[in-house]
Design a protein around this ligand. Structure first.
Ligand SMILES: CC(C)(COP(=O)(O)OP(=O)(O)OC[C@H]1O[C@@H](n2cnc3c(N)ncnc32)[C@H](O)[C@@H]1OP(=O)(O)O)[C@@H](O)C(=O)NCCC(=O)NCCS
Length: 177
């Protein structure tokens, strides 16, 4: 199992099919999906498909979100990290761009894990992948996510309307200086 990064409290590794119970706990929770279009999953098969789609991204795009594991307890806490949007996936008029995202099971919220994993993802983006720019997207009103993005160094750029999701979203940017 490939480990991409270790931080003070976390192991950031590839997502594997045996993470399915954790992924289901995460994505079946309506609170988690409040600012993600309110479409929590209903079946374990949907979580399996989600893992397979992330694994396909590792193979085809060279990168994808990482599983976040508690170093001490070995628990699956959620996911964090980079995603490459390809030519067919457009946000705010952009295609072929990388973003940082994160999603945690609520019992792990408010303890700095999004910040810790987000900083590791940016370090990987800038120092391993040598990217020049990474973007961030969140729904307007998702204050937790907005604050995490600012805390790890993103600049808020603008709001935009996403027709595909029918959501008012916000656009952030960080450059490698
Ligand atoms: C968004 C999310 C990942 C934040 O994770 P987290 O580990 O709790 O975030 P952190 O503890 O690193 O918080 C970083 C900063 O964000 C702010 N923050 C965290 N939760 C907040 C909340 N509920 N409201 C307002 N600000 C909040 C704090 O200012 C915090 O900084 P501080 O510790 O210096 O005060 C988590 O709430 C989550 O998984 N939400 C559901 C999925 C989601 O919305 N993902 C983002 C999609 S764009």
């Amino acid at each position: 199992m490939k480990i991409f990064r270790e931080t003070e409290r976390l192991i950031l590794r590839e997502i594997v099919l045996s993470d399915v119970d954790g992924m289901f706990e995460l994505d079946s929770n309506p609170t988690v999906h409040k600012y993600l279009g309110n479409k929590p999953v209903k079946t374990i098969e949907e979580s399996q498909k989600m893992i397979q789609s992330i694994q396909q991204q590792y193979r085809e795009r060279g990168v994808g979100r990482w599983a976040v594991i508690n170093k001490k307890t070995n628990e699956f806490m959620g996911w964090s990290g980079l995603r490459l949007y390809n030519a067919t996936e457009s946000f705010n008029g952009f295609t072929n761009f990388y973003d940082v995202g994160y999603r945690f099971i609520p019992k792990y919220w408010g303890q700095g894990y999004a910040t810790e994993s987000g900083l590791a993802a940016l370090d990987y983006a800038f120092n391993v992948m040598n990217l020049k720019v990474v973007y961030g997207i969140t729904e307007k009103g998702n204050d937790a996510s907005h604050n995490v993005l600012l805390k790890v160094g993103f600049n808020y750029v603008e709001d935009f309307f996403c027709e595909k999701e029918n959501l008012q979203l916000r656009w952030y940017k960080i450059e490698n200086n």
